[in-house]
Design a protein around this ligand. Structure first.
Ligand code: BG6
Ligand code: MG
Length: 215
């Protein structure tokens, strides 16, 4: 039997917003005089906004109050939202539209499973709102990846069991979440090197739909 649904992560899988997350955190870290680089940024993939902030603050000696942390997270989100204002369909990553169309033609259900609270806004900007059979995002979950909650929610919205679903992710935390949820994990982009992914490809233009959907 082969898979009946594909759940896509958003940032770094569907659209290049992972770059904007990096730029926005970098700006916030610079404001605060905290060291931040691309290597630290890789640990933020798939992780919620507040958990990302905690990782960045590991490099700071300052003790921040909860209020100050919330202010910093909000400041980062404002930088990020400014960058998102420039987003368009042009930022959809290579191969994405072909894969989505091919899956739709095969009658395979498609969903988004993202930790981001900005998911609805991003889908609107890239004109894919209403395109997916289900969307589960950071506004609806308690635990972010590597917890499987967002993927289990996406599967439930599709009316699918976990074993019927494939997850496509660019984050190690997302691959871990898919495995923890009992779903097949596919690694793209940064997660193309993740040994815990069952199928690994550099980007979606290189995907084999047979390989994607097989058990
Ligand atoms: C994930 C990103 O998709 O969303 C993380 O990979 C980000 O880097 C998380 O921290 C939360 O995003 P937002 O938009 O709610 O701040
Ligand atoms: Mg991602």
């Amino acid at each position: 039997m082969s898979k009946r649904a594909v759940i896509f992560d958003l940032d770094g899988v569907i659209v290049s917003t992972d770059e904007f997350h990096y730029e926005a955190w970098k700006q916030m870290a610079e404001d605060e005089g905290i060291y931040f680089d691309k290597k630290i940024n890789e640990r933020l993939r798939g992780v919620s906004r507040m958990e990302s902030l905690e990782i960045i603050l590991e490099r700071s000696e300052t003790l921040y109050t909860l209020q100050k942390k919330e202010d910093l997270a909000e400041r980062k989100n404002n930088y990020y939202r400014n960058l998102l204002n420039t987003l368009s369909e042009m930022d959809i990553l290579p191969g994405v539209m072909n894969v989505l169309k091919a899956l739709k033609e095969l009658g395979i259900k498609i969903a988004i499973g993202s930790s981001s609270k900005n998911t609805p806004f991003i889908l609107e900007r890239i004109k894919l709102d209403g395109y997916f059979d289900a969307v589960a995002d950071g506004n609806e979950i308690k635990y972010s990846k590597p917890h499987p909650e967002v993927f289990l929610l996406a599967a439930a919205k599709l009316g699918m069991d976990a074993f019927e679903c494939v997850v496509i992710e660019d984050a190690d935390a997302g691959i871990e979440a898919a495995n923890a949820g009992g779903m097949k994990a596919v690694g793209v982009g940064f997660a193309a090197n993740c040994l815990n992914a069952k199928y690994r490809i550099k980007d979606l233009s290189l995907i084999s739909i047979d390989e994607l959907l097989k058990d």
